[in-house]
Design a protein around this ligand. Structure first.
Ligand SMILES: *[C@@H]1O[C@H](CO)[C@@H](O)[C@H](O)[C@H]1NC(C)=O
Ligand SMILES: *[C@@H]1O[C@H](CO)[C@@H](O)[C@H](O)[C@H]1NC(C)=O
Ligand SMILES: *[C@@H]1O[C@H](CO)[C@@H](O)[C@H](O)[C@H]1NC(C)=O
Length: 314
């Protein structure tokens, strides 16, 4: 049995010849870690960590996944460490942040050969929530066609991703894994460009943020409306993507660095964000995925509302 995990990109080949009445269900572990470091007046950093699960089923109609989030848990705390790569311990109280815990409504992700194409969401979704979903599910987007690439390839292309359309350097390396797997999951992951057992492929995406057709300076959970006047000035200075695939693992992440300041206050804060999706399991689904209630198409781009809306000037 073969199942499509990410349309046009990743399949799983099962060794046993089973069939699942309702098809497969994929569980991805989600982690979003944000570190805010004010430039002055404060020695330490503010951390926000979100953990969640993204549960998806492929739709029979073709190149779409139907998904929802589950078990979201967000916390914030102050840490002494100024190193954003350090999983710092809280210096004081840990506060739950329900506003960052994503709701469990069903939505759909449509793919094309390059990656994410479109979303289908409930028309009553909050714009802020839609942007958080975009940023997380954006990790399922390859951003380029990689059919038949060799072992070591570097190329540049325009890439559509949730924060814009920018000139991106793709580096693809296939190499021996150099470690053995602890458990065999009963399936082998096969990306569109082929990968032998015992090999690992690493795809790095380095975005040239000075060469964008358009770009939105978004940071996770931001409620700024980019179409309105705002007193917050933000700029993205780094956005790198990273995908690792072996025969049993799929991990995709993005690191962003954003500077923000208020027009009224001179203090500049630097935000370091790490978003990561990891395939946790493939299991038989218990039923068909629920349909999206009051479904409306939505663009994958941050800050753009439903597709119809983006053409109007409201
Ligand atoms: C997020 O933070 C947790 C706890 O500090 C850490 O274990 C995890 O590796 C971090 N994940 C990312 C994607 O930075
Ligand atoms: C990015 O998306 C826009 C809008 O859908 C489209 O016009 C453009 O061709 C896309 N660019 C790439 C590189 O896929
Ligand atoms: C846009 O809205 C109109 C009615 O308001 C509807 O008939 C049309 O199908 C919508 N188009 C898209 C692309 O959603």
């Amino acid at each position: 049995m073969n199942v499509v995990v990410i349309p046009f990109f990743l399949a799983a080949h099962f060794t046993a010849d089973e069939t699942w009445a309702h098809g497969p269900e994929y569980t991805f572990q989600v982690q979003v870690n944000c570190t805010a470091i004010p430039e002055e007046g404060f020695y330490g950093s503010v951390r926000l960590n979100l953990e969640s699960k993204l549960i998806c089923q492929p739709l029979k109609s073709g190149h779409s996944l139907s998904c929802h989030f589950e078990d979201s848990k967000a916390n914030s705390f102050v840490a002494d460490s100024l190193d954003p790569s350090d999983p710092a311990a809280p210096a004081g109280q840990v506060n739950r942040q329900p506003a960052y815990e994503i709701n469990e409504d069903q939505f759909e992700i449509k793919f094309n050969k390059r990656g994410l194409d479109d979303l289908v969401v409930n028309e009553n979704i909050q714009p802020r929530e839609l942007d958080m979903i975009r940023m997380i599910v954006g990790q399922l987007s390859l951003g380029a066609t990689l059919d038949g690439v060799g072992n070591d390839v570097t190329f540049d292309t325009m890439e559509n991703f949730t924060q814009g359309e920018c000139y991106t350097t793709f580096k693809v390396n296939k190499k021996p894994m150099g470690r053995s797997l602890y458990t065999k999951p009963g399936y082998a992951l096969r990306p569109v460009f082929g990968l032998k057992d015992g090999k690992l492929v690493q795809i790095r995406k380095i975005r040239n943020l000075r060469m964008c057709a358009h770009k939105v300076p978004y940071f996770f959970g931001s409620a700024e409306s980019f179409r309105e006047e705002s007193d917050i000035i933000s700029d993205v200075s780094l956005s790198d993507g990273h995908i690792i695939i072996t025969s049993s693992e799929f991990i995709s992440g993005t690191s962003n660095v954003i500077t923000t300041s208020k027009v009224t206050e001179a203090v500049v804060t630097t935000l370091y964000e790490n978003v990561r999706l990891r395939l946790e399991s493939i299991q038989p689904a218990e039923s068909e995925p629920p349909t999206v209630k009051e479904a409306e198409p939505a663009s994958i781009f941050i800050g753009r509302w439903l597709i119809n809306d983006s053409e109007e000037d409201d």
